[in-house]
Design a protein around this ligand. Structure first.
Ligand code: ADP
Ligand code: ZN
Ligand code: ZN
Length: 752
C-alpha cells in the first residue's frame, strides 16, 4: 500500500537490465494494492500491449512530462512465478537490511550473460585394476611420488573418474606427469561437455550408510514434519565427524524423492573435494557446484541446468541461495556460524535469515536445515526458544579419540623466564612430533588485531567501561572505544598489577615461521596467510603439499583451521589464543570459542591420538576454558548472559549506521545529526551509542564512523533506517551528498 503517485517499473527481469525502469502513474483505485516488489499490468510501447512488470520504486517525483505518463492497469493476483519470488525476496532484503531495490535485485538475480558451453576434463584408469596396482607398487619403490599420488587416488574407486583440475591442484601433479601416465596407457584423459543430459536411476548408485540411531531420529522427524506439510527451521548441533553431512544427504534424498530440489550452502573455504565427492558419489550427475573459481560461462550453465531441471542439488557458498530451481524443497546451511554467510556489501544480508524468508515465499514452502559444531549464538538462542527445532549428534562416528587439550599460561612462562613465543610444553611436544615424523600445525589467531592493549604479566585488558569491549590504541597515545567513542590516555603501567609490560601483541605468521626454523633447523615449514595465498591456486597448493607430507609444520592464520583433514597431524599449537578476545566488537568471545574449538579439532583426525596446546594470557576466560573442554553448552550460558546484560544480539537487535566521509569533521557532524534525528523520534526501548570512529578509522583517505542503535524490536530499527534513508535520498536529490555516504548494517557480524 502506498501514498505515492508514481511507480518505477521493470518489465524485463534480468540481472543486466534492472537499471532500465519505466514510470507509471498509480491510479487511486490501486493505491491500496501497489507496493514495492509487486506485479502489475501496464500498457507498454507504441501499441500499448499489456505487459507484466514489477514495481521497484515508489515516488512522488515524475521523471518526465506528466501528461505522457501512462497508468498502471491492474495488480494481478495469480500464482507467483519464480521471478516474482526473486523480486519479493529482493524487496524484503531492501527493507530488512537497507539498500536500494536495484542493489537488492542484482544480488538475487543470477547474472545471465550467455557464454559458450564448457568442456570438463576427467582422468580415469585405462587398464585393469591389477595391472595398475602392480605399476603403482613400482612407483612406490622408485619413489615416484607424483605418480604414486595420482594412482593412489584413482585406485580408491577404480571405476570413478576424477576431475583433471583436482589432480593438478589438490594433488599437485604436473600436466607432464599426467601426459606421461596416459601415453603409457595407465590412465586416460576424457573430455565431456559439462552441461549434460540427466541420467536416470543414479541416486542410489552408492548406497547410503546405515544411519545411526541419532541420525535416523533426525531424518524421521524431518520427514514426518515434511509430509504433514510442516516447513520448519532445524538446527543440527554436532561436532565434526558426528555425521551431519551424512544426514544432509539422507534429507536431500527424501526431498528429491518428493520432486523437489535442494540448495546446500557451504562456506567456500570449507568446500573441500572430499565433501564434494561424497555428494557426487551419492547423487551423480544430479548435483552441481558453484564457486568462485567457475568462469561466468560455467556459472551461467549451472543456473540454466537448475532452471531447466537438469540438476536437483546445488552446492555452493552464500550466493548459491539464489539458484533458480523450479521448486526448492530444502535449504541446508552447513557451518551456519561462519561469518562469510553475512554479506559485506549492500544489502548486508545474512544468508540464514534470507534463506528462511525465501523458504516462506516459495509456493510449497521449504525447510531450512542449519548445521554446526559451534552454532552461532543467534541460532542456538532461537533453538532454545523453540523458534528452530534443535537436534543433537553427540557421538563421533569417525572413531579416533578427541585430542588432549592443555592450556599454557603465558604469564607463568614470562615469570619463569621463558620469553620465546613457544611455551615449554609446546616445545616439548614439538620435539616429540618432529622426532617421530608426525606433523604439527601452529595457528596464530590474528583476528581482531586492531591494536588492543594488554598486560603481558597479568593478562589485564583495557576495556570500555560502558560497552565492555576492548579499547583500541590510536594515534597520540589514546585508547578509544569503537562503539561509543569513550577515550582515555594510554598508560604504560598496568592498573591491575603495576607491571610495565603493557603493550600490544604483534606476532605474525612470518615471525613464527622464523622462530620455528630457529628452534628446529631441520623442520620443513610451510606458511599460510594472506601473503602466501595471494596467487591463484596457491592456497590449494600449500594444503596439498602439506597433506602429501612435504612439510612437517604448517604455520598459519585462521585459514588453516577449516575443513581439511590431515590424518598425520597429531599436534596443534594455538599461539595467541586470546588475540580474538580483544577484537573491539561484542562477538569477540564467540569468535574465539569457535576458532579454538575448530583449531583443536584439527589434531588427531587419524588413528593416532592428538595433543593441543592453547597458549594464552587469560587461561581463566570462559571462552578458553570451555573451548578446551569442547563444552559448547557452558560457553553458551556464559555468553548469552553477557549479551543479555548489555542488550547485544541475539537478545536485542542492533543497527549500525555507517558513515563514510572525505572530511572527518563533516562526517562526525553528519553522524551526530543522524543520531539526533532518531532521538527526536524516540521509540520505546531504543538505546543510542556513538558516533565513534570505526575500528578501521580510515581507508583510502575516507574516514569511517558509526552510530549504533540497540532495540528489542527489529521493526523499530527498520523504521529508523527508513527515516534516515528518506532524508539521505532528499539530500542526494539536492546534490548535497557528494562527500558522504551511508550504509546500514543490522545485527552486524563483521567489524566496521
Ligand atoms: P560431519 O559432517 O558432522 O563432520 P560426516 O557426515 O562427515 O560428519 O561423518 C563423519 C564420518 O563418519 C564420515 O567419514 C562418514 O562417512 C562417516 N559416517 C557418517 N555417518 C555414518 C554412519 N551412519 N555409519 C558409518 N559411518 C558414518
Ligand atoms: Zn598487569
Ligand atoms: Zn564504549
Amino acid at each position: 500500500m502506498t501514498a505515492c503517485e508514481y511507480a518505477n517499473i521493470i518489465i524485463d527481469i534480468s540481472h543486466e537490465k534492472v537499471d532500465r525502469l519505466f514510470q507509471y502513474r498509480i491510479p487511486d483505485s490501486l493505491k491500496e494494492s501497489v507496493d514495492i516488489g509487486c506485479a502489475v499490468e501496464v500498457p507498454f510501447g507504441k501499441g500499448n500491449n499489456v505487459r507484466k512488470g514489477y514495481v521497484l520504486e515508489l515516488t512522488d517525483e515524475p521523471n518526465w512530462d506528466v501528461s505522457k505518463i501512462k497508468e498502471i492497469l491492474s495488480v494481478p493476483q495469480d500464482d507467483m512465478s519464480a521471478e516474482e519470488i526473486s523480486i519479493k525476496l529482493a524487496a524484503w532484503m531492501k527493507r530488512y537490511y537497507g539498500s536500494t531495490m536495484i542493489a537488492a535485485l542484482k544480488t538475487v538475480l543470477p547474472a545471465t550473460k550467455k557464454m559458450k558451453r564448457q568442456v570438463h576434463k576427467y582422468v580415469a584408469l585405462n587398464m585393469d585394476e591389477a595391472q595398475v596396482r602392480h605399476y603403482y607398487q613400482e612407483c612406490i619403490r622408485k619413489k615416484q611420488k607424483a605418480r604414486e599420488r595420482v594412482l593412489a587416488e584413482l585406485l580408491i574407486e577404480p571405476d570413478e573418474k576424477i576431475p583433471y583440475e583436482f589432480i593438478t591442484t589438490k594433488l599437485n601433479v604436473s600436466t607432464a606427469t599426467i601426459k606421461s601416465l596416459s601415453d603409457n596407457g595407465y590412465i586416460r584423459v576424457d573430455e565431456e561437455e559439462y552441461f549434460r543430459k540427466p541420467k536416470m536411476h543414479e541416486t542410489s548408485r552408492y548406497g547410503a550408510k546405515e544411519l545411526s540411531d541419532e541420525q535416523r531420529h533426525i531424518v524421521e522427524s524431518f520427514v514426518s514434519d515434511y509430509d504433514q506439510g510442516k516447513r520448519d527451521t532445524y538446527l543440527i548441533h554436532g561436532i565434526t565427524g558426528s555425521g551431519k553431512t551424512e544426514v544432509y544427504i539422507a534429507l536431500i534424498d527424501e526431498v528429491i524423492k518428493r520432486g523437489k530440489q535442494a540448495i546446500v550452502l557451504i562456506p567456500e573455504i570449507a568446500l573441500t573435494y572430499q565433501t564434494l565427492m561424497r555428494f557426487y558419489r551419492h547423487f551423480g550427475d544430479r548435483v552441481s557446484v558453484m564457486n568462485s573459481t567457475l568462469s561466468p560461462g560455467e556459472k551461467y550453465d549451472q543456473m540454466e541446468r537448475a532452471r531447466c531441471g537438469d540438476i536437483d542439488i546445488i552446492i555452493g557458498p552464500r550466493s548459491a541461495l539464489f539458484t533458480p530451481f523450479p521448486n526448492t524443497g530444502i535449504i541446508i546451511i552447513d557451518e551456519e556460524h561462519e561469518t562469510t554467510y553475512k554479506s559485506e556489501a549492500m544489502p548486508k544480508y545474512h544468508v540464514r535469515e534470507t534463506a528462511i524468508k525465501l523458504a516462506e515465499l516459495l509456493p510449497d514452502g521449504a525447510s531450512v536445515v542449519l548445521g554446526s559444531a559451534t552454532p552461532s549464538l543467534e541460532s542456538y538462542y532461537r533453538a532454545q526458544n523453540g523458534q528452530y527445532h534443535l537436534f543433537k549428534l553427540e557421538r563421533r562416528l569417525t572413531g579416533g579419540t578427541l585430542p588432549t587439550v592443555e592450556i599454557a599460561d603465558l604469564r607463568e612462562e614470562l615469570r619463569s623466564g621463558n620469553r620465546s613465543i613457544f611455551s615449554r610444553r609446546l616445545q616439548e611436544l614439538m620435539e616429540d612430533r618432529l622426532n617421530s615424523g608426525q606433523q604439527a600445525m601452529l595457528f596464530i589467531n590474528r583476528r581482531g588485531l586492531a591494536g588492543f592493549i594488554s598486560c603481558r604479566s597479568c593478562g589485564y585488558v583495557f576495556k570500555c567501561p560502558h560497552c565492555d569491549v576492548s579499547l583500541s590504541e590510536h594515534r597520540g597515545g589514546r585508547l578509544v572505544c569503537h562503539y561509543c567513542g569513550y577515550e582515555q590516555p594510554l598508560t604504560k603501567i598496568c592498573p591491575k598489577c603495576g607491571s610495565k609490560y603493557v603493550s600490544s601483541f604483534r606476532a605474525g605468521t612470518q615471525q613464527i615461521e622464523d622462530e620455528v626454523k630457529k628452534f628446529w633447523p631441520m623442520a620443513r615449514v610451510l606458511r599460510m596467510d594472506a601473503d602466501t595465498t595471494k596467487a591463484k591456486g596457491s592456497y590449494d597448493k600449500i594444503l596439498s603439499s602439506f597433506a602429501n607430507k612435504e612439510a612437517d609444520v604448517l604455520v598459519g592464520t585462521q585459514m588453516i583451521v577449516k575443513g581439511h583433514d590431515f590424518p598425520d597431524v597429531t599436534l596443534v599449537g594455538i599461539l595467541a589464543a586470546d588475540m580474538s578476545l580483544y577484537a573491539s566488537d561484542y562477538r569477540a568471545s564467540e569468535r574465539t570459542f569457535q576458532l579454538l574449538t575448530q583449531a583443536a579439532g584439527r589434531a588427531g583426525r587419524g588413528d593416532k591420538a592428538g595433543n593441543v596446546v592453547i597458549q594464552t594470557y587469560q587461561p581463566e576466560h570462559y571462552s578458553i576454558q570451555t573451548a578446551s573442554k569442547q563444552d559448547y553448552d557452558s560457553f553458551y550460558e556464559e555468553e548469552i548472559a553477557y549479551r543479555d546484560l548489555l542488550r547485544y544480539p541475539p537478545i536485542s537487535h542492533m543497527m549500525s549506521v555507517q558513515i563514510m566521509s572525505y572530511d572527518e569533521e563533516m562526517g562526525m557532524q553528519f553522524a551526530s545529526r543522524l543520531r539526533a534525528m532518531m532521538e527526536l523520534q524516540k521509540k520505546e526501548g531504543a538505546v543510542f551509542i556513538g558516533p565513534a570512529a570505526a575500528a578501521i578509522g580510515k581507508i583510502n583517505d575516507i574516514y569511517r564512523m558509526a552510530v549504533y542503535v540497540k532495540m528489542d524490536d527489529y521493526d523499530g530499527l527498520v523504521a529508523y533506517k527508513d527515516m534516515l534513508e528518506k532524508y539521505i535520498r532528499q539530500l542526494e536529490d539536492a546534490g548535497k551528498m557528494k562527500k558522504i555516504s551511508v550504509q546500514f548494517d543490522f545485527d552486524p557480524v563483521h567489524g566496521f
